[in-house]
Ligand binder design. Structure first.
Ligand code: PLP
Length: 380
């Protein structure tokens, strides 16, 4: 079945009690037990399972081509469960440009907890191979990366990891299964901040782990989901599944608009460089074209000038909103280095853009007027 059809129909059944097409939100935290003592309807207590969460997990497993999925209260809660499912002493190889929160979690929580964590440049296979020469439990991927849109060859890294007996997890937040299906490329676990494109409207936090198979590693993640209890509420699960119904059409529009904005910025005299894997000049373009169905809705660009110039451009936008996060219908722009703080390696003249669903011409016009201010000052 095509993804567009799956997105609409996955875990979609009229409510047996009323025939309602839109699923009811099951707020009950506890469920009736049979006279026999069994729970024949499948639900016992809201932290263990809930009908809205179960439907969301079923849909996500189908969309990613996995067997099982576990929903969490945020993307970070999902990542946390993956690392906590390992044992102190285990070794993790992660990208040196993983999402800032994941890098911090590994450095500040899981290193003290006992994981050995090695950061590498994931698009340099020689570095990955060298890191894997020491026994490793898990390789963590995120591609394209944030905020420089570097592209990791998922199949190549997964093959190296498999040869060394390491499991592989891939953060697929930026692509969603519409553009990239890591489980088909040899990955064991896909992780999402469903907060972003899956929810799609900047109004719900959530996370997800989807597994190719119900391995002992996934079973441990499920235990952590239930026992530690970082689960989404029924309404959050409902909102996220509602977002999924329109995901393929939204993603196509995000990617089309991002491509138009990337080409526009690439030709702009006030822009130094554009980072978007859809541009043929991007160093990861070929790998991206092989493993992604389209190039996504995220891009970043460096203005000619310094931090002040980048901040000035961000201050002049009218249609874009200056805000962090991504994946909603509204376009956002962000000076990433100031969000990441003093230890950041992100260039100070870089602005990250989440391209929304507004018309691409309007977005380009807004960026043009914002950039023209700096062009007038510093020239070509
Ligand atoms: N992974 C990626 C790629 C992200 O961009 C983010 C958030 O920006 C996260 C994980 C964390 O998600 P959350 O904010 O839902 O915890």
């Amino acid at each position: 079945m095509h993804l567009e059809t799956l997105a609409v129909h996955a875990a979609q059944r009229p409510d047996p009690a009323t025939g309602a097409i839109a699923p009811p939100i099951s707020l009950s935290t506890t469920f009736e037990r049979d006279p026999s003592g069994a729970y024949s309807r499948g639900f016992e207590y809201g932290r263990d399972a809930n009908p809205n969460r179960a439907a969301l997990e079923e849909a996500m497993a189908l969309l990613e081509g996995g067997e099982v999925a576990a929903a969490f209260s945020s993307g970070m809660a999902a990542a946390n469960a993956v690392f906590q499912a390992l044992a102190p002493g285990d070794r993790v190889v992660a990208p040196n440009d993983a999402y800032m929160g994941v890098g911090k979690l590994l450095r500040e929580v899981f290193r003290p907890w006992g994981l050995e964590v090695v950061f590498v440049d994931m698009d340099d296979l020689a570095q990955v191979r060298a890191a894997l020469s020491t026994p490793t439990r898990l390789v963590w991927l995120e591609t394209p990366s944030n905020p420089l849109l570097k592209v990791t060859d998922i199949a190549a890294v997964a093959a190296l990891a498999k040869a060394r007996g390491a499991a592989v997890a891939c953060d697929n937040t930026w692509c969603t299964p519409v553009f990239q299906r890591p489980l088909d490329l040899g990955v064991d676990l896909v992780v999402h901040a469903t907060t972003k494109y899956l929810g799609g409207h900047h109004d719900v936090l959530g996370g997800m782990v989807v597994a190719k198979a119900a391995t002992p590693l996934f079973k441990r993640i499920r235990e952590l989901q239930i026992q530690a209890g970082a689960v989404p509420s029924p309404f959050e699960a409902w909102l996220t599944l509602r977002g999924i119904r329109t995901l393929p059409v939204r993603m196509r529009a995000h990617a089309d608009h991002a491509m138009a904005v990337a080409h526009f910025l690439d030709a702009h005299p006030a822009v130094e460089i554009v980072h978007y894997p859809g541009l043929s000049t991007h160093p990861g373009h070929e790998v991206a074209a092989r493993q992604m169905r389209a190039f996504g809705g995220m891009l970043s660009f460096q203005v000619k000038g310094d931090r002040a110039e980048a901040m000035a451009v961000a201050a002049r936008v009218q249609l874009f909103t200056r805000a962090t996060s991504l994946g909603g219908v509204e376009s956002l722009i962000e000076h990433r280095a100031s969000v990441e703080g003093p230890t950041t390696k992100t260039p100070e003249n870089l602005l990250r853009v989440s391209v929304g669903l507004e018309h691409a011409d309007d977005l380009c016009a807004d960026l043009d007027q914002a950039l023209r201010g700096s062009f007038a000052r510093i020239g070509p």
